[in-house]
Ligand binder design. Sequence first.
Ligand SMILES: [Mg+2]
Length: 191
Amino acid sequence: MRFGFDIDDTLINLREHAFQLYNKKLNQTIPLEIFHTLEKVEIHEPFGMTAVEGSQMWNDSLEEIYYTNCPAYPNAVEILQQLTDEGHEVFYITARPTEHGDRTKAWLIQQGFPVKDENFYCGMKDQEKVTIIQKLQLDYYFDDKPDVLNTLTDCKTKVYVKTQSYNKHLTIPRFSDWSEWKQLGKEQNHK
Ligand SMILES: [Mg+2]
């Protein structure tokens, strides 16, 4: 089988990590409860920033957001390792800027994720992911972002959404924790 994964906020807890970084950098203590109620992917609003300021802050902080100690979600590394051990293909499809491709790959490997150079796709806009997902003929694809997921409704690929505060309105199959993986497998087999 061919499994495709978005990285940020699907396999790793990036926005929460960034939210805590913002707290530190801005000398704030905005609680995570606020983070968990955000209805947008962007995290700047509780810090009183405009969209422009928020995107500036995000870009200025990318180095720390991407390459410090952002945790993988529990069980994500183990599940992807198990998939490759069982002979499945694991693909990564991320919108991270192309210039961050090599370092992101190295970072993922450091965290224990199984990464093959030829299975790593980087730098796509939200609307472009669908093209690569179809070209790769993925059996399964996992993502968190409504702007991506909404482009995949007509794909043959079985799509799952990693539940986040900003995607609760989507009606496609979902999971909130990678420990639900076995359960997802059972549901798949019933179809
Ligand atoms: Mg994502």
